[in-house]
Structure formats: structure tokens, C-alpha cells
Design a protein. Structure first.
Length: 345
């Protein structure tokens, strides 16, 4: 369904549930049940998110009309939460995934009483009052702009605390925590969000393992960063791909605006578009493009001698030692990891 059609339907429900409508009480009860039973209905018709790049104040508060790829992603995320399994989510930038995850959490928290935990690499990215870059403030933004008959108003210091939202009626919680080696330990949650998980330096593996008994549904969300393959997020996603486990991969080509007039590069065969070409012009290096848009862990790594090297295409497993040829060993003692290569010729 087009966004124009969705906006028309949203306007219809706004009129039907407004105070001035003679059947508003009955209509609100119907709308409430529809929202409870269908996240996509809730998002398309009653959720508001912030557009920080808006040209004026009026344009900052926008209806959360889901793109097709966001609808598909929400179905898979909610299935993982309900059935209880881990779902790694690797993405290109600017696809609205943080807003999508938080809106799903608000939906489950409000309508179903689910308890959630959200985490990020820094405390200020989990909760900074008034800054919707932070996860908890995103949740507050969604709650405060929903009708009071749909989401009960939140009171400061009662329902809104630092790193914590408490539901006014059933007291379910959305808690926040910055990355640490004991992240989520000794807690119980319906699901846990690890936001920008590739940036959780030094604590990522321990944090992931610490909450294995806290929830059945861990949702690591990230784009690659300069750590490339040297992070636990890559380990998780790579294992999911190899073992055919559930994983969600959202590439920029899924966005209808970014992928307009999509074409293939003559040399590499990779997808490109006028939007993508413009991002290359704005970027400081191709490493930035590989990191932010291509979901390319190998090419995202900084200071690589051979920038185009790919483990997937240039490393063969299971090669056997041939006793007819001499064997050489080369060592590279790096600051992060040590590389060892065996050579026969």
C-alpha cells in the first residue's frame, strides 16, 4: 500500500476517534483492539516519530507510515519475540530500524505487558533527557504523542525515571543499560535490544553471554564499523549465515527512495543508484561507504593493506598439507589480533 493511501486511512481513524465524533467511545474501543492485535496497524495509524533533518518545526513530528521492508522486518522481529529466539539484524544506515525496534517494544509493553531491556555502547545513547537519539527518549516520544485512550499518559519521576519506563496501569517496564560485562545479568525480559552492537568494544562477547538466561530473544542491531570482523556482532551474524539460523539483513536497496533507478556496476556487478552515487561523493572514503551502506565487514576495517581482500571469496577451508613442498610460516603481531599464515610453494 502506498504512503498516500496509508495517510488517507490514518486521517480517517483520526476523525473517527476524535472527541467531536458522536461514536468516538465505540470507535476507540475498536481501534484499541486493532492496535493490540496488529503492530502494523498501530504504527501506520497512531505512531509518531521524529525527523531530526526536517526543515522546520512542523516537519519534525511525522507519522510512522511503514515502508514494505519495515513491515516485513516487524513481522520477523515480533515472531522472534513471541516464539523466543535470537534474531541478529544487520543493516545499512538510515533505514529507521532503531525507531522500528523501539516502536515494537512500546507496542508490546503497552498492549501486552511485556518487559524489555535496551542497551547501547554509551549511557547517553540509552537515555539522555530530551534527546531522541537515545533509546528511552524514543520510547517516551512515541508514548507522549499517542492518544491518552491508547497509551496512558506518563508522569515524570513516577513512570519516567532514568533508564526506566514504568507502565501506569500494569507496571510493565522498559529498562535501559549501557554496555558492560554483566549486561542484563540476573534479570528477566521478554526481549533485549543490543543497539549498534558492533561498537560495544571489549564488552560485547561478555555482555551477549551474560544475558543468555535473561531472555530467549536477543536482538543485536548494527551496521558494521571499523572493527570489521573483529567484533562479536560479526561472529554472531557470520554464524547465523553459515548455520542457516534466523537473521535479518536490511540493505539500502530495500528502501524505495534510495533504490530509485537502481542499476548494476559494470565492473563489480554491485547494486548502485543515483542516491548511492551521491553518497559516494559525500563520503570521505570508500571505507565509509562499505561500512555505512554496503554491510561489508571486511572492507569496513581501518588501515587495511589490501583493502579489497575478502575472506568469503579468497580463503579456502580444508586445504591439505603436501609433504613434497617446503612449509613456511609468517607471523604478523598486530595491536588487535595476530595473523598467522602457512605457505607452501
Amino acid at each position: 500500500m502506498s504512503k498516500v493511501s496509508k495517510l488517507d486511512i490514518r486521517t480517517k481513524y483520526s476523525i473517527l476517534t476524535a472527541d467531536e465524533h458522536e461514536n468516538c467511545i465505540k470507535n476507540r474501543a475498536i481501534a484499541y483492539d486493532l492496535c493490540k492485535n496488529d503492530f502494523k496497524f498501530f504504527a501506520d495509524n497512531f505512531a509518531w516519530i521524529e525527523n531530526p533533518r526536517a526543515e522546520d518545526i512542523e516537519g519534525k513530528n511525522i507519522p510512522f507510515l511503514l515502508w514494505d521492508y519495515q513491515e516485513e522486518a516487524s513481522d520477523k522481529i515480533i515472531d522472534a519475540i513471541k516464539r523466543g529466539y535470537d534474531l541478529p539484524i544487520e543493516k545499512s544506515r538510515d533505514l529507521g530500524l532503531s525507531w522500528l525496534l523501539i516502536s515494537i517494544f512500546v507496542w508490546g509493553w503497552n498492549f501486552h505487558g511485556w518487559n524489555f531491556l535496551v542497551g547501547s555502547q554509551k549511557a547517553e545513547n540509552v537515555h539522555t533527557k530530551g534527546n531522541t537519539k537515545s533509546l528511552i527518549e524514543k520510547a517516551i516520544y512515541l508514548c507522549e504523542r499517542a492518544p491518552a485512550w491508547l497509551i496512558p499518559p506518563l508522569k515524570d519521576k513516577v513512570n519516567i525515571k532514568y533508564m526506566l519506563l514504568v507502565h501506569p496501569k500494569h507496571e510493565a517496564t522498559i529498562a535501559g543499560e549501557s554496555n558492560n560485562t554483566n549486561f542484563g545479568r540476573s534479570d528477566r525480559r521478554k526481549a533485549i535490544l543490543f543497539d549498534e552492537f558492533s561498537s560495544w568494544e571489549q564488552t560485547d562477547k561478555a555482555a551477549w553471554q551474560a544475558c543468555s538466561s535473561t531472555t530467549n530473544c536477543r536482538l543485536p542491531l548494527s551496521t558494521p564499523n571499523t572493527r570489521g570482523t573483529n567484533c562479536h556482532f560479526y561472529t554472531i551474524t557470520n554464524l547465523a549465515h553459515k548455520q542457516k539460523k534466523p537473521i535479518l539483513r536490511l540493505h539500502w536497496t530495500r528502501h524505495p527512495i534510495f533504490s530509485k533507478d537502481l542499476y548494476r556496476d559494470n565492473e563489480t556487478g554491485k547494486p548502485r543508484s543515483p542516491w548511492y552515487d551521491e553518497q559516494i561523493k559525500r563520503a570521505t572514503s570508500m571505507q565509509e561507504i562499505h561500512q555505512e551502506l554496503d554491510i561489508d565487514y571486511e572492507a569496513s576495517m581501518g588501515d587495511k593493506v589490501y583493502g579489497d581482500f575478502r575472506v568469503e571469496s579468497q580463503v579456502v577451508e580444508g586445504m591439505e598439507y603436501d609433504e613434497r613442498y617446503p612449509l613456511y610460516v609468517a607471523w604478523d603481531f598486530g595491536l588487535d589480533t595476530t595473523a598467522i599464515i602457512w605457505i607452501q610453494e
